[in-house]
Design a protein around this ligand. Sequence first.
Ligand SMILES: Nc1ncnc2c1ncn2[C@@H]1O[C@H](COP(=O)(O)OP(=O)(O)OP(=O)(O)O)[C@@H](O)[C@H]1O
Length: 449
Amino acid sequence: MPHTGTILIIDDDWDVLRAAQLLLKRHFAKVEGERNPQQIPYLLNNNQYDVILLDMNFTRDRSSGKEGFLWLDRILDLNPQAVVILFTAYGDVEMAVRAIKAGAADFVLKPWENDKLLATVRSAMKESVPEPKKEEPGPEDKKDLPSPIIGESPLMQALLETAAKIAGTDANVLILGENGTGKDLLARYIHQLSARSNQPFVPADMGAIPETLFESELFGHVKGAFTDARADRKGRFEEADKGTIFLDEISNLSLPAQAKLLNVLQSRVVVPVGSNKQRSLNVRLICASNRDLEKMVDEGSFRQDLLYRINTIEIQLPPLRERREDIVLLAQHFLEQYRDKYKREVRRLSDSLVSQLMRYPWPGNVRELQHAIERAVILAQSDLLQPEHVFKKNSSFSKDADTGFNLEETERELIRKALREFNGSITEAARKLGLSRAALYRRIEKYGI
Ligand SMILES: Nc1ncnc2c1ncn2[C@@H]1O[C@H](COP(=O)(O)OP(=O)(O)OP(=O)(O)O)[C@@H](O)[C@H]1O
């Protein structure tokens, strides 16, 4: 009989997460693991889980279970029907009972017995929605959902924390960063974490809208307003009513368009082209730019008052070359994504590929890496991804090119970090780094770690 049931496990202990995933994957259709509880709102907004397994004690707060309670509350706020099983340390039964009163379905003591964990999940699963609904969305319907934001570098972790903090406020957000750094993804993430997440997220690329259509695209028009206006049409601001509007490449707006936008943001009303009726606005504004807007203000090509209006919160997305710790993680993430999409056997990045990925400066940032791995997965014949799959033979990047980065130092640091993170476990550290155990041992010896 095919397995059914979708499970999410949230535990910041890598070993616990892996062990639970391994066990449950053998019995249920889909088992996802997440170490960072901050991702809970995002995950819940984008997925349906029959059962959620939640750790009570995250690192920051080892023993009181306070953080666990907070996250339990948060989950039940987001989905009052959620079926949550708590993981709690042996001896914490009282706390677990308290958690059940607070809305958890059940609890499991750590370390668990496999049979007990399975039985608890199975019985909770029955309480969850047992009838499969015919009209349930298939995988096709979900394909446009934004992907999770990958990044464990301190820079990205700090940034995601800020994003989570400000998501709930209605403050205007300006996201700055080079092309392909993930500005669009971050804007969607903030929307997903906000109270507006069930309302529309409406992107509008200011670089793609011709000057003549700017007003009608953003603020709408009424029938007959101009030759082609055969019917009333809502603008993007109105489409985003109660939700979020995302103005991408805001630096592309001409000065007259900037003045019109500022006027709308100040008055919080739009007047469709050809109409004299004002429509009031309830939108959260997120803007993005790959250019230095302060500099444009100095040069006179961007209005200072508009900048002040849109940058209540400013988030700078660092280029990939400044968060090298994320490169291999991202590469592995894309490898898995495209391996599933193209049904390939490829599973691992070769040692030499990891070295080259780390050395390359990635001027096109995450998008360039994503496309490179997609192409490589299509090309790969075995389970190992090699440099020649990723880097074109005649590309200007060659093995010996001086990229200005000290590869050995970077590699040594990464290995140290991974070993620290997994308390010296070679198997886990090697997996995280995309290396075989033997390759990791060789490097440990080489660097005298
Ligand atoms: N941290 C990340 N984790 C996973 N995927 C990412 C991450 N950052 C970016 N991506 C992916 O990389 C691609 C480019 O990201 P995105 O479109 O958000 O960048 P952008 O900064 O808006 O680019 P542009 O300035 O060119 O519009 C997308 O497919 C996105 O899903």
